[in-house]
Design a protein. Structure first.
Length: 105
């Protein structure tokens, strides 16, 4: 199945503790159906010291968030929109915004 959300897309969180916040996709994990989004779904992780150069402590990091809770932000209309796929006359398959009918890719 083709990926509707790709790396470097601007997305908006539609559900959960970060609902309404926007960020950029850093990594997509298709096997898990999740994505890492910059500044979204921050969790605290307890790290053990691994030597004199790496101190231990509590660090904040991004946890993967479900792709079902993300919507791509269309560059032309500026809103979170659903995406569809269409074939161009030159044979390329591109994503398009279902609100304004503009190509995303």
């Amino acid at each position: 199945m083709a990926a509707k959300i790709k790396r470097n897309d601007q997305v908006q969180v539609m559900a959960g503790k970060d609902r309404g916040r926007r960020g950029q996709v850093r990594q997509v994990l298709p096997s898990d159906g999740r994505a890492l989004v910059t500044g979204i779904n921050m969790v605290k992780k307890h790290k053990r010291s691994t030597g004199p150069q790496q101190p231990g402590g509590i660090i904040e990091m991004e946890a993967p968030i479900s792709l079902a809770n993300l919507a791509v932000i269309c560059a032309s209309c500026g809103a979170a929109a659903r995406l569809g796929f269409r074939m161009l006359e030159d044979g390329r398959k591109v994503r398009f915004c279902k609100k304004c009918n503009e190509a995303i890719d």
